[in-house]
Design a protein around this ligand. Structure first.
Ligand code: MG
Length: 182
């Protein structure tokens, strides 16, 4: 079993948030993301991408445009194998029946089952409240990084200013959780 599994939001977390981004030329990595994702992978973590893209559901752009932007992000990240283990693109709008759209935990729960992930060492990491809630709804841990939301976070959610802080904080947090659950 892998030590740790990390689910990352895309917009505002891995790349600069540009509303309804559909142009690969607009993809710009957030500071520290490339280096820290390389470190997580070399540490043996499994990483997943979990992104809401309601612009597809609204008909503002196609799923291919999302794939092209993701491809550009992957080029910039240049991750070692295995890179992202799986990528989930939730295309529903708020008005549609929602299966995967965060805060739905469905994708995380499916990956826990498929890869035998340990929930206490699985993290959902994002910049928005819906990211955090997807993690908590799945029964895993949650961290907010680059968060701009002022609202109070639920107890136990880790708040990090940037990816360097995330990288140094997670091992202690995992250890705390093991202690608490013994
Ligand atoms: Mg985001």
């Amino acid at each position: 079993m892998h030590e740790r599994a990390l689910f990352f939001d895309r917009d505002g977390t891995l790349i600069v948030h540009r509303p309804y981004l559909a142009d690969p030329d607009g993809v710009e990595l957030m500071p520290g993301v490339r280096k820290v994702l390389h470190q997580f992978i070399s540490d043996g973590c499994l990483i997943f991408l979990f992104t809401n893209q309601s612009g597809v559901g609204r008909g503002l752009f196609t799923i291919d445009a999302v794939h092209h932007c993701n491809q550009r992000m992957l080029e910039l990240l240049a991750l070692p194998a295995p890179g992202f283990t799986e990528i989930c693109i939730a295309t529903e709008t708020l008005e549609m029946p929602q299966l995967y759209r965060k805060p739905s935990p469905r994708f995380i729960l499916e990956m826990i089952e498929k890869y035998s992930l340990a929930p206490q060492q699985t993290w959902m990491i994002g910049d928005a409240f819906n990211d955090v809630m997807a993690g908590l709804n799945a029964g895993v841990r949650a961290a907010m990084v680059h968060g701009v939301e002022k609202q109070k976070l639920p107890a136990g959610v880790l708040r990090c200013g940037d990816f360097e802080e995330l990288y140094t904080s997670l091992p202690h947090e995992d250890a705390d959780r093991r202690f608490l659950t013994q």
